[in-house]
Ligand binder design. Structure first.
Ligand code: FBP
Length: 265
């Protein structure tokens, strides 16, 4: 095959690490996630596009905001989603939210898709994932898997054994980048990274932490565990200074700054 996938991956992971700004919450959580001026996607994106390594958007938003991001930062387009308006019993399923062709047409460097491992809809989600994967391979696009174990048999989705299972399943299904949950400690996250067999592991940010310093400790911990970076949404765009928050996270991931040093920047 051609080497496009490798070339594009290098644009995202320039020094082998990456901070990706996730901004797909408008569908998954709805407008309630965007307080104050963060309701204007162009405003929030313009504050971080020259700071982070990549941004992850849904297709419509990527198209709408191209004047803000194009030429400034690599784009990752997510092609699965769901609203939280759907019935409870169907919340463990995401639906197709665009095609790999759209991702290429948007000028993106990678495609992203969610898999809820262990959900009642695992079968459907895998069909979606492999469809994305097949197309992505044809175009030389890396595929980021949001590897989220969630389902009736999973008691604690942050449990290290559960997260490890999701990561193992992600590499077995051909993920080129894996986004998964923090397991609560450096030691346990080291075991998560170990199971990825060299495929880059990025921690999923989660709800806004009490303080930025608290969040930077988590970022530091996953980097100490050998992870390749983080995918962060709310801890950046819900912060009073999104640009400052993004810069501090970058300093911990790329420069190995301590959380305290990063905060002082
Ligand atoms: P956050 O850093 O805000 O958690 O963003 C990461 C993310 O995975 C988004 O890509 C996604 O929209 C959201 O979290 C989903 O959150 P959840 O499934 O936990 O409601």
């Amino acid at each position: 095959g051609y080497i496009g996938k490798k070339v594009r991956l290098q644009r995202i992971l320039r020094d082998g690490k990456a901070v990706i700004f996730a901004f797909d919450h408008g569908v998954e959580h709805g407008p309630a996630d965007f307080p104050g001026e963060t309701i204007d996607p162009r405003k929030i994106l313009s504050k971080v596009v020259d700071v982070v390594d990549a941004i992850m958007l849904l297709p419509g938003m990527a198209n709408l905001t191209h004047e803000v991001w194009a030429g400034k930062v690599p784009l990752i387009v997510k092609v699965t989603s769901k609203t939280s308006l759907r019935p409870e019993q169907e919340k463990l399923l995401q639906s197709p939210f665009g095609f790999v062709e759209d991702v290429v047409a948007l000028g993106a460097e990678a495609v992203a898709a969610t898999v809820y491992w262990g959900s009642n809809f695992e079968d459907q989600m895998l069909k979606m994932w492999f469809e994305v994967k097949r197309e992505a391979e044809r175009y030389g696009l890396p595929a980021l898997q949001l590897s989220y174990p969630r389902g009736p048999a999973i008691k604690n989705m942050y449990d290290v054994e559960v997260v490890r299972y999701g990561v193992r399943a992600a590499i077995e299904s051909g993920a080129d980048l894996i986004k998964t949950y923090y397991t609560g400690s450096t030691e346990s996250f080291r075991r998560v990274v170990e199971v990825a067999a060299g495929v880059p592991v990025l921690m999923s940010g989660g709800a806004k932490a009490k303080t930025l310093l608290d969040f930077l400790y988590v970022v530091k911990s996953v980097m100490d565990a050998g992870a390749q970076g983080v995918v962060v949404g709310r801890n950046i765009f819900q912060h009073e200074n999104p640009r400052g928050a993004a810069k501090a996270i970058m300093a911990v991931v790329h420069e190995g700054y301590s959380p305290e040093e990063a905060l002082k920047m």
